[in-house]
Design a protein around this ligand. Structure first.
Ligand SMILES: Cc1ncc(COP(=O)(O)O)c(C=O)c1O
Length: 405
């Protein structure tokens, strides 16, 4: 059967596939520990539930405007003022079906075939495929010094006459590192100098640890007029534990937002009004849920670091935020897909292979689950990989026997 060249170039999302795999194994009764997850375990804020429920009760669930309902735009404008010290108009805002759709539609709005988008590696799994869906070319950049902190020279070196945008996600999925203020400032300046777009994926911007403060890209921009080429992405999925609600947004100049709205209007129309109401509830409601989640994640991060630091042969960079860490297991196995499959088969621990994020030899381990999942998960991985481990491991009343080298 013939499918398009673009369709052929796209892989299934590995993280979504892992979620399905975890569900199937659990259904079979396997004692799976999911260290590959990408969503907080806390419940959605009550204000979100109440707002959605009361709209549902009206029984009138209609089409929403392609760019979002006015109440959500208003809440996003306030969020932008409070968190970015920037006043924007409703015409500068679009609400989409998750930050994922906001990024996708932004890319479709700015990219012509063969143009290039630069982003640091390790990168969020969807970036390369999203760029390819536009017929454009992803240009991942690995920091020359081997760290997860790209330097401006690394990025600058990859700029060509085809470069249309730089895409930055900090704090970063999968490494958890937050890029320095100096780096963000340099990227903003570089984009202005080269007259290219800067897409700031700030989806984790407030989930940061050790007293760090969110970095505001606008602070370094010389041009905050309607000519600004910064496209700021955010959403309720991570901060408010509302992944299933699928509400994200973009803030950009009016021309970009108008074009994004035209595309989204033909693609999906506006996101479900019910879920937009829930997002309004979350954004306008009690904000303590965000801080509670942040504190829980910081504690989970500390537990995971304590276990990984005591794991001989594993190298790990302390995450500054998010709920992921990206550990280097290459001393055990250089092929991360092989290692990840081995861990599922032998000890039923799900991890995401680093190859999916553009860095083989690593595994992404999530700390958004329970402390028990983190400690037992790392314990099982250690048992599986350390040749000096005892021959047997009990998981509940299930006995695992180490029958590999
Ligand atoms: C870096 C990054 N950007 C965007 C998204 C998409 O978020 P949403 O659930 O709002 O589509 C994710 C989700 O995992 C992410 O990790």
């Amino acid at each position: 059967m013939s499918i398009s060249q673009i369709a052929r170039s796209i892989k299934a999302s590995p993280t979504l596939a892992l979620n399905e795999k975890a569900a199937i194994l659990r259904e079979k009764g396997d004692p799976v520990i999911h260290l590959g997850g990408g969503e907080p375990k806390s419940k959605a804020p009550l204000d979100a539930i109440i707002a959605a429920a009361s709209h549902l009760n009206t029984g009138e669930i209609r089409y929403a405007p392609a760019d979002g309902i006015p109440a959500l735009k208003k809440a996003i404008i306030r969020y932008t003022e409070e968190n970015y010290n920037r006043s924007v108009a409703p015409e500068n805002v679009i609400a989409s079906g998750g930050a994922k759709q906001a990024i996708m539609v932004a890319l479709q709005t700015i990219l012509n075939p063969q143009e290039e988008v630069i982003f640091p590696a390790p990168y969020w799994v969807s970036y390369p495929d999203m760029v390819k869906l536009c017929g454009a070319i992803p240009v991942p950049v690995v920091a020359e010094d081997g760290t997860f902190y790209p330097r401006i020279q690394d990025i600058e070196q990859r700029i060509s006459s085809y470069t249309k945008a730089i895409l930055i996600n900090s704090p970063n999925n999968p490494s958890g590192v937050m890029y320095s203020e100096e780096f963000i400032s340099d990227v903003v300046k570089l984009c202005e100098k080269k007259d290219i777009y800067l897409i700031m994926d700030d989806i984790y911007h407030r989930l940061i640890f050790d007293g760090k403060r969110p970095i505001n890209c606008y602070k370094y921009a010389k041009d905050l007029s309607e000519k600004s080429k910064i496209i700021l992405i955010n959403g309720v999925s991570k901060l408010y534990a509302m992944t299933g609600f699928r509400i994200g947004w973009a803030v950009a100049n009016k021309k970009i937002i108008e074009a994004m709205s035209n595309i989204q209007g033909h693609q999906t129309s506006g996101p479900s009004v019910l879920l937009q109401k829930a997002a309004v509830g979350a954004l306008n409601g009690l904000q303590s849920c965000v801080e509670n989640l942040r504190v829980t994640l910081e504690n989970n991060r500390n537990v995971m670091m304590a276990h990984l630091n005591a794991f001989d042969g594993v190298k790990v960079t302390k995450p500054d935020g998010t709920f992921y860490c990206f550990a280097d297991f290459s001393a055990y196995e250089k092929k991360s897909n092989k290692l990840s499959n081995f861990l599922i088969d032998k000890v039923q621990v799900l991890t995401v292979p680093g190859a999916e994020f553009g860095m083989d030899g690593h595994l992404r381990l999530s700390f958004c689950g329970t402390i028990k999942d983190i400690t037992s998960g790392i314990e099982r991985i250690k048992w599986a990989l350390d040749p000096n481990s005892p021959n047997e491991l009990y998981i509940g009343d299930r006995k695992l026997v180490r029958d590999w080298a």
